[in-house]
Design a protein around this ligand. Structure first.
Ligand code: NAP
Length: 314
């Protein structure tokens, strides 16, 4: 069996194409949506993420502003930046790129972002809305996965879903979104006994672990839809030889580039067992930025709607 590939790039392109007229409508009626991205210090991985977010804004016609305070910033100084962005009318979305330096209290920063501008969906108010299934920005990666499943018409209601990972940014919101779509959901984590047996029960299996190729064929019910969230860099040749037994070109890639990007799902056994699967790269990754754009546009629309409903307020 060879699985259908769930192509995140094409879904991303469709989402962005649908957002474009909404951005144009906002620009014509009021002003362009605006996203502020705060990147502290010079973490190279964060720098790459921020660059792609700013680029996506540019392509869509969203105004973006990049703030780059130094690594030495204090919690109070970060709070002042966030409060200023909360006040600025042309900013609809605020994204503080994690991780923050150790001396900054990330929890206080997160709490300070106005929930209506929290386009990451991480503020406790928005997490509460997620639990209650009421409208609010949703965490981008899990929201993107739901979009992918729906657009590929993977049935969710009544199906058994297993999510491996219980982080606040992926695992937990993913499980709640699947529950709201009427799946029967199990959450697994590092203390789950017999993980493979739990996973084999899943019609939809979401792996958000951060362990290269941990999900082997024995974890997958034949024909299941498998969503691979993991982004792992493989650098050790012996590990690559163990995983890519039938793909010598991957070993050449490792020798040339020094690393191979792969997911949490075994790249050969996963597609053999699954009915449908997301590739890494090109699966979940592109959807995260598309949903950030979607949350920003929706935040701008909501703020305009609120302004129109109360024309006397500023
Ligand atoms: P995280 O905060 O480190 O959470 C990992 C989860 O996996 C934890 O709940 C942990 O369990 C569980 N886990 C770890 N080892 C396990 C094992 N051997 N068996 C079962 N469960 C295990 O990571 P995250 O932020 O959720 O991210 C997960 C992965 O997704 C990472 O590779 C990350 O880079 C990737 N990611 C990708 C995107 C994207 O856009 N493509 C976005 C976000 C994250 P415990 O809770 O018991 O420790």
């Amino acid at each position: 069996m060879s699985a259908q590939i769930l192509d995140g790039k094409s879904v991303r392109d469709s989402i962005l194409a649908e957002l474009k007229p909404r951005v144009e409508a906002l620009a014509a009626k009021h002003r362009r949506p605006g996203l502020a991205v705060v990147l502290v210090g010079d973490n190279p991985a964060s720098e790459i993420y921020v660059r792609s977010k700013v680029k996506a804004c540019g392509e869509l016609g969203i105004f973006s502003e990049r703030l780059t305070p130094p690594d030495s910033i204090t919690t109070e100084e970060m709070l002042a930046i966030v409060e200023d962005l909360n006040r600025r009318p042309e900013i609809d979305g605020i994204l503080v790129q994690m991780p923050l330096p150790a001396q900054v209290d990330a929890r206080r920063i997160l709490l300070a972002i106005s929930p209506e501008k929290d386009v990451d969906g991480f503020h406790p108010y928005n997490v509460g809305c997620l639990v209650a299934n009421s409208p609010a920005p949703r965490a981008c990666t899990p929201a993107g996965i739901i979009e992918l499943l729906k657009r590929y018409r993977v049935p969710i209601a009544g199906r058994r879903a297993v999510v491996i990972g219980r982080s606040d940014i992926v695992g937990k919101p993913m499980a709640l979104l699947l529950l709201h779509e009427n799946a029967t959901v199990t959450i697994c984590h590092s203390k789950t006994p017999d993980l493979a047996a739990e996973c084999r029960r899943a019609d939809i299996l979401v792996a958000a672990i951060g362990r290269a190729a941990l999900v082997t064929g024995e974890f997958i019910k034949p024909g299941a839809a498998v969503i691979d969230v993991g982004m792992n860099r493989l650098t050790r040749r012996e590990e690559a030889e163990r995983i890519y037994t039938r793909q010598p070109e991957k070993l050449r890639q490792l020798a040339e580039k020094g690393s191979i990007l792969l997911g949490d799902v075994h790249p050969i056994e996963g597609p053999e067992m699954a009915g449908a699967i997301t590739p890494v790269p090109g699966g979940v990754g592109p959807l995260t930025i598309a949903m950030l754009m979607s949350n920003t546009v929706r935040a701008a629309e909501r703020r305009l709607e609120a302004r129109e409903a109360a024309p006397c307020s500023s």
